[in-house]
Structure formats: structure tokens, C-alpha cells
Design a protein around this ligand. Sequence first.
Ligand code: HMN
Length: 290
Amino acid sequence: MKGIMTALITPFNEDGTLNDKGLREVVRHNIDVMGVDGLYIGGSTGESFLMDEAMRSELLKIVKEEAGDAVTLIAQIGSLNIEEAIRLGNEAKELGYDALSAITPYYYKFSFEEIKSYYERITEETNHPMVVYSIPVLTGTQMTIDDYGELLAIPNVVGVKYSDTNLSRLTKLKELYPDKVFYGGADDMLLQYIISGADGAIGSTYSLLGKQAKALFDALQNSELKEAKNLQLEMNQVIAKMESIGVYQTLKHVLKEQGVDAGFMKFPFKELTDDEKRQASEIVDILASG
Ligand code: HMN
């Protein structure tokens, strides 16, 4: 469960249906070319909040079929509809996913008690390892150290995908809960997350920067701080470019230029304009020269 995991994009056909062939290519690219330690399926990057349940279920099936047992697989099954989350969680468990993950319930201003009961119900009814997905910048849900502690005390909650940028809180959490697993979630801060106690990271850009991220992770395990910092600076040039154009769209564009059928975005996401495509293509050159 440790190391570098790619938050997988989902390739769609132009009509919004799943691109089965493209999805398999993206899985293979991450395992065979990037060499990442795991895949996180159906998260923000995977556009799963734009999919219906049948499509999310199909996504989980195809990825498992293609990846087999080669790497750790985590299924993001969170949904505002608790029954859907439980059904998807049970499917992922039966398919052989190593763990589930669920975004904190969003949109409504849920109380912490409500958030906690959501994880209690999913874990009770699926009885499978659960990684809490905390991403305050998108959900607005900010949790305290005590809140995280209460969630980590729920049976089967094994860790947190910490897409939070408060690093002193992360350091404290790892000190308090050394047996739980913490993943960093902002790829331009991989170095800082690991130094602050994270066991690994889950990020979208590792479909392109997986090798650099793995090298950075390894450098830190060997206390090679200077090497790790240089790698982070190198990665951040690409990440900043992606963020200015649109991370998911750029990922798909660059992968396609590299020969991986990354497909289209799901409505209402827009495709890149010709000018944005030109800018995104510069990343192909940067990666090829590195
Ligand atoms: C997911 O759920 O798909 C990922 O876990 C999300 C991941 O943390 C990414 N965050 C978002 O897309 C909001 C990052 O990898 C992010 O794309 C990257 O740091 C570039 O901004």
C-alpha cells in the first residue's frame, strides 16, 4: 500500500461512453512504462463524479481485468448516495481490489458526525480496507487532528489520501497513527509530503511523471535530499504547465501524443483548444528531452 500510485484518468469515447481499449492502454502504460506501485481508480482525475453507477462499475471491472495482481489497486467508490457507494464497494471487493477509498461527502455542509457515520456504514457493509479521501479544496470539508483520529479508529479504516496542504497536521497524524497509511495528494508537493511523514502519494500527473516520482520517493528513502529536490523542481515545471492549461485535458492530450489512446473528456468538461494543444505538446518535448 506504500509508494507512488497513479490517480487514473478515464478515457471516454466522443459520445461519453467508456473507451474500453483506451482504458486498457492507460493501465498498461502506467504499469509497464511508468512502473508505478499502484493505481487509484475512479477519483477526481477519473471524472467518476460525472459517471452513472453502471459506468463506474464497468470501469472497476475493466481495470482489474487488465491490471490483474501486478500492482496495488484502490477503488474510489464514494458517492453522495450511500447505497451506491456500498454496492460499488462490495463489487470492488469481490473483483479483488486491495482497498476502497471514499471521498468525504460533499455539496451539503455535513456535520462531522454525519461524515463519520458515512464511513462507518460503508466499512460495516463492505468489510474491506478503506482509505479516507480528504480533499478540502474541492469539498470544503476541513478536518481537525481529532476528526481524523476518530475516522482512523473506525474498524477497516487503514489510512487517508491526504489532499490537504497542512503539513504540520500530517506530521502530527503520522506520529499519532504510525500504523496507518498516509498518501500525499498535491503532486507539486510530493517531496514535502514524504518528508512530513506520508507513506506515498496518489496523483494524476504520475501517468506522465511516474518515473520521476518513483525516483524522488527512492531518493528520499536513501536520504538523498538534494537529488529529491532537483527531481521535484523538474516535475514542477511540467505540473505548473499542466495546471495552467487544465490538468486532466493535458494528461489526455500528452498521452495521446505518446501513442496511448487516452480518449476524450466527459461532458461538461471541454477539450483543449488548438492553442492549448500546442502548449500541451511542449510537455511532450520536455518529457522526451528529460
Ligand atoms: C484523484 O482523486 O483522482 C486524485 O487523487 C486527485 C489528485 O490528488 C490530484 N488532484 C486533483 O486532481 C484535484 C492531483 O494529482 C493533481 O491533479 C495534481 O497535483 C496537479 O494539480
